[in-house]
Design a protein around this ligand. Sequence first.
Ligand code: FES
Length: 861
Amino acid sequence: MIRYRLNGRPVEAEPGITLLFHIREQLGLTAAKRACGEGVCGACSVIIDGALMASCVIPVERVEGKTVLTVEGIEAAEMELYVRAFSEAGAVQCGFCTPGMVIAAKALLDRTPKPTEQEVRAGIRRNICRCTGYAKIVAAVLRAAAYRRGERPESPPSGPEIGGRLPRVDAEAKIRGSAAYVDDLSAPGMLFGAALRSPHPRAKLLSLDVSAARALPGVVAVATWEDIPGERYTGHVIDDWPALIAVGEETRYVGDAVALVAAEDEKTARAALGLIEARYEPLEPLRDPEAALAPGAPAIHPAGNLLSHLELKRGDASGALASSSHVFTGTFSTPFTDHAFLEPESALAFPPDDEGVVFVRTGEQNVYDGRKYIAATLGLPEERVRVQSAYVGGGFGGKEDQTVQHHSALLAWLAGRPVKCTLPRAESTRVHVKRHAMKIDLSVGCDETGRLKAVRARVVADTGAYASLGGPVLHRAVTHLGGPYSYENIEVEGFAVYTNNPPAGAFRGFGVPQVNFALESALDALAARVGISPWEIRWRNAVRAGDVLPNGQIAGEDTALEECLRAVKPAFDAAAGAVGIACAFKNTGIGVGHIDVGRCILRIRADGVTLLTGAACIGQGLATVLTQIACGTLGVSAGQVEVVAPDTASTPDSGTTTASRQTLITGEACRRACLSALAALPESAAVQHGPELLAELAGREFHGEFEAETDPFDSVKPNPTRHIAYSYACQLAILGEDRKLARMVAAHDSGLVVNPLAFEGQVEGGMAMGIGFALTENFPLKDCEPTARFGTLGLLRATDMPQLEVHIVRREGDTRNAHYAAKGIGEISTIPTAAAIAGAYYTADGLLRNRLPLESTPYAK
Ligand code: FES
């Protein structure tokens, strides 16, 4: 027996387990998270005898006789300081990394009470945050240090009104580690589920023998394709993704599930997988789109290997290119990349209750999508499935598909007991969708003054094994390729092609970061040929209100790209090192004629209000935004607003957290619900907000709904409204003397900003992802099989980050103060970053780089 002190109390553990397993699974302390499993992300950090350590790779034997501290063990008064500091600084987004960051902060501050910024960065460098870009975490640690020294750092204004820097309403629970993510949950009699995955990207499954697995003591249920009571195939747009591969069927990638096991403990479940005999006939995989489209290539799906083909044509691109003074022609390529959300996929499913309802706890981007797919898999009407969200530890588009949800439900259905499936990191990385690898051929022409005349392009996207959202991603790539510029001759053809690579789907930016890199790099080359600066060519072409975008939509009155360019001009002119610049635009909302509805229910209580919406908060801060809308409209305080977690049993369907849509679309639904409440007040009511409103309307319920109406892609209108709104941005990248990225300056137009603190966090986090995309991130494949571990994905650490500067821009004269005036920020923050950085290196050495991650930089391997 191993004895050590945990949070001041003596504890005992059996040898042969990790410290994290003992703390979480056996003692039930869940602040330390199970995330990477390889000791590189810091989410499981604890302090052992004063030293910061990753508990996921430490055998419990190593702490014999030592003292171990988790967030739960930090003394109450000190913990209060971290809660204040991290909340006020806006350091919390999805929160999955946060307890590890707090422990890292404590380890540092115990040693160094007055650290410099660099010391803070070094102190948290073993902790990865995928959401924040670290700037606000560094600020939080410096703030916590000041509080610990008894100082009173200036408190930022933090009002709950629209435009106030209200700290996240869920920050405290995340900082204390009490916010429950799915893997933190358990249930009486709970089993652990695991999946056998195909070792081959393309192989015929010849036979499957699960008898030895079934016979293993501790195994309660084994599922194969024959055990699926409903539909075997589900999918967002096309039902092409099987829950389990059937005997006789071909596998399509190495993440395909072949069989499932539920057992009394995780170790037994994984041992049982090793007893399953699956015989395959390996087949030559299709490694890239060219091979998949070649004549005679085997069809991965019955309809062939071309998932989607799109054409956008306006004006006469060929003629305009022929008459252009300067034409740039080139080919650009971008790799697959991984979302690397800190929380691996997890779902906890319960067998049917007395009313035959299957209950599933998930952490995904839309509980209603989850319900639909689980019901289809189980062959049940949707009303017999209830999906409720736990906290979500990041998504970035990677939690829109089914990974563990339907598997846990199927196992619970078969076992008659609750089943939790949590993917180990390596399996998560192997299974979930990626950012599309793309190849972009383009020609861009301008006149002698740099005014753009035309773009002609061909985009080929590797959509991997399954459709997921590959079609819509290609669509966004095609309609955004022309950039936020004013010209009308465009011809873009796009192809999304199935291969045997991991499926590609939604990922922050939705196909636009790839094409933005190509177009903006081409603009830099043209500026050099014309003899004007990279800023000037963008200024001369920037779309203004009333201009027609290359995709045909008329830029709205709110369009503030010009203001974004003005905001970065001083920094561009003053840049001491080489500077690059890129602009971007990005749709808010699903658009192109699809149904896009936000819904929110407002319940008035005597002591406050409750907001119910199925819209998922995956770290972006929706609950805080909705709280501010309710406060701003009804005059209640933030503490009086409760936002209920998405639950198909109680919260209305408000669509997926995708397309940067929730602040505008669900936010407007929330505002409308609040306005309905105001309208219901009797004229005699003395005061129409605050306590008087609650007293008057307590017990009543108001529904708000907002539908964003747009024109379909094939609309014959000369200027179709493809999207309800576009956000605009301009970012600068400035290199230091060491040729490393020293500073990013971002100016963003997202219309009305509900919460500037959260907004800055989105921009900083988005830029961090864009910097990784530009310089370090990759997802290499060998014969269609991923070769990267979490630690080699190229994720940036606090010490890798440049200075980040964020300017919030809004068009002068845009006085629309309805919440509807808000536009999205989640995705656009990532889009221009890579091109700006590429531009900085082009300025520095004249080499126009055409691949990501960029070659010939200090970061290149
Ligand atoms: Fe750090 Fe999400 S807040 S990973």
